[in-house]
Design a protein around this ligand. Structure first.
Ligand code: TRP
Length: 347
């Protein structure tokens, strides 16, 4: 059976957190373990440099952190090719060919880029590399002939841009590139886990994250100070479960087994929610329950993390081996691309 290729990556600008875990990492591990796919998972250090050019140390440090996070959640180098973008020079050459197929105005209209330019305060001083990173992302995707790209909704315009490039390339030079599809999570809660402050999204810059690397005590403190219903002052008060971060997290993480294990006076989350809405259920009790669930998830991840922190040589070796394998695949695609364009003068 021909396995479908899926490819996805992360910018190494910080450690991964619970938002990444429910939003993508868990899904990748499931896809990987299903045996139905050929997974490529990579650290997009070149893309991270497009807005961190003056701070390469940050990228360098976080390559290690993200790699450890990958291994700790169960991304397995014997089943997935895990690699580092900058170690595949073929991607840069592909990018340069694709650049001729995209206009500057199209890039400036890309909604993801537009938002990010505002977020970063670039104005007219946007670096060329930053403006063009969607083209480089198209190279990442097409080099491995990805069928599916599992990413968050915010990435949809980048996948659209990639599809346009594939279309234009194939129409111009012949059918070489594979048309990719975005692969969105079908679980609404998991698409966008709010921060502990209840704000829209868990994000490093907002300081509202629970990291996979946080120790028990830190997780406890963060959960205990989580945003709930600001009008739920006394235990007797009826509470609101919408826009209540603790309940959103329970939606994302709690299973019926967690109830029988830690809170068997309820059968499931619906019953717990009903009680909260009626009144008579205190925040601390639910927060302790959430903490127990998170600990159950994070404890094995933490143990693996501790191992890899002590065995960094294994981590780098894994990245190096993965990059070698990835390079062979990208190099085959690049050859096809060169042949299609006709820049194979000496063959
Ligand atoms: N843009 C992605 C992010 O910010 C990272 C990325 C780079 C990526 N190249 C990719 C994701 C190719 C999927 C496919 O998280």
């Amino acid at each position: 059976m021909n396995k479908k290729v899926f490819l996805t990556g992360d910018r190494p600008t910080g450690r991964l957190h619970l938002g990444h875990f429910v939003g993508s990492l868990k899904n990748r591990v499931e896809m990987q373990n299903s045996g139905l796919y050929e997974p490529y998972i990579f650290i997009a250090d070149m893309q991270a440099l497009t807005d961190n050019a003056k701070n390469p140390k940050k990228i360098q440090d976080n390559i290690k952190e993200v790699a450890i996070d990958y291994l700790s959640v169960g991304i397995d180098p014997s089943k997935s090719t895990i690699f580092v973008q900058s170690q595949i020079p073929e991607l840069t050459e592909l990018t340069f060919y694709y650049m001729n197929l995209v206009t500057v105005s199209r890039l400036k209209r890309n909604p993801t880029i537009k938002t990010e330019i505002i977020q970063r305060g670039f104005g007219e001083s946007v670096p060329v590399g930053f403006l063009t990173y969607p083209i480089s992302q198209a190279a990442d995707i097409t080099a491995f002939k990805a069928d599916f790209v599992p990413v968050g909704e915010d990435q949809a315009p980048l996948i659209e841009q990639c599809k346009e490039i594939v279309h234009t390339f194939n129409a111009t030079y012949g059918d070489v590139l594979k048309m990719p599809e975005i692969y969105l999570s079908n679980n609404d809660v998991c698409k966008r886990l709010p921060g502990t402050d209840g704000k829209a999204k868990m994000s490093k810059s907002l300081g509202n994250c629970i990291y996979l690397a946080d120790d028990s005590e830190t997780v406890y403190k963060k959960v205990m100070s989580m945003y709930t219903d600001p009008n739920h002052l006394k235990v007797e008060d009826p509470g609101n479960v919408e826009d209540n971060a603790v309940f959103t997290y329970l939606d994302a993480f709690a299973t019926d087994e967690h109830f029988s294990k830690y809170m068997n006076e309820y059968n499931n989350l619906d019953e717990l929610k009903e009680h909260y809405k009626r009144g008579g259920l205190g925040d601390v009790k639910i927060k302790k329950f959430l903490y127990q669930i998170l600990e159950e998830i994070l404890t094995p991840i933490r143990a693996k993390r501790a191992y890899y922190e002590e065995h960094l040589d294994e981590v780098y070796k894994m990245l190096q081996d993965g990059s070698k394998r990835a390079r062979m695949v990208a190099s085959d695609t690049l050859n096809e691309v060169r042949n299609a364009i006709g820049v194979n003068y000496f063959d």
